[in-house]
Structure formats: C-alpha cells, structure tokens
Design a protein around this ligand. Sequence first.
Ligand SMILES: [Fe+2]
Length: 216
Amino acid sequence: MSTPTIFPPRPTSRRQLGGKIGIGEKITVVQDTFGKIFNEGTEFQRDGSQFDALFRDGDTYMVGGMTCLAIHTPGHTPACMVHVMGDAAFVGDTLFMPDGGSARADFPGGDAGQLYDSIQKVLSLPDAMRLFMCHDYGPNGRDIRWETTVAAEKAHNIHVGGGKTRDDFVRFRTERDATLAVPRLILPSLQVNMRAGEVPKDHDGRPMLKVPVNGL
Ligand SMILES: [Fe+2]
C-alpha cells in the first residue's frame, strides 16, 4: 500500500481557508496537453505542484478515522480517479446513472477503450456498494439523481450494462461523442482547473484567460 505525494503548503488564499486539493498524479499529463494547447509559458508548472496531493492507483489515505482508497480510472481524462470511502464510491466521470450511461471520452487525452476498462474497475466493486455520481443530466425529463449501486449499474447501465463488449462500447462511444457539442465553459474551466483553482495572470499580474480561436 502506498500513500499520495504530499506537497508543502503554498501561501495563497485557498490555503488560508484550510482547504486541501488532491488529484490524480496524471494531472501532469493533462497539464502538459493543455499547456501546449493554451501555449503556456515556462511559469506554468506541469508537475502537479499546484495541488496539495497527487494520488496514484491504489493509494490509501485517511478522512478522519476512515481509510479511503484511490483507484486510477482514465478514459474521460488521463487523471480521473474513483475514491472508495467505506461503503460508498465517488465515481468521478466514468459512469453516470444507469439511464445516463457514461462520460464522454473525446477530450484531448480521452480514450473510449480506457474508459471501458476503468468502468470495469468500478463494476468489480461489491454489488451493494453505493455509487455517487459526478454528473447527472436528468435524461428523459426525470428529476436529478446522484446515487445508485454497482448491482444496478451492472444490470441496467445503457452503455455498459447487460454484458456489452469493449468493442461495442468503443464503437458506440466514438459515434456518440462526434455528435456532442463543446461544453460552453470548457475553455475557462480548463485554464483554472489545471492550476488547482487559481485564475491565470498575464505578465502584468492581471487575471487573464485565453481563447484559442481554432478550438481545442
Ligand atoms: Fe468531466
């Protein structure tokens, strides 16, 4: 068993409030990919050091008296992790509710085959484990929901349930992703998220975001 890489505190308002942010260690791949896309300079570190902790697959850590487990689940992004805490798992962007299917895999660094493999890791958790969603879009007009179980996903998930194969999933996911619009706030979100929540600054220290006109 290993534990996450912990960085020393940084003197910013976020730390003054006492919050800590951990993320999958492959955030370094995300930072490298989007550092190029946004043409960031050398002041943008691509080693994950903006975060307080970097998790590797299988890392364990404590929340109060509870031992938690981080599982690497790439596919939506290279850095995605699922966190198992007691009888619950927080699945990030892997599965959605059974009638919602799965996360898209077409952003830079995404991979539908990897996403399928990561979803299998979630489905191999105990049947009764509670799964908490990262997104829900209320398909077919139903109210927003956020909690299901491994058993319900295995039986009913419209993208991976009922024994669908990896090839079926990759074909379906690739075709569907080609029809999805670019999320409206993805450009500012990426630039802030890859800095652990800090807004980038221009050379005069003014908060400044970039818009790559040709898209991602
Ligand atoms: Fe996402």
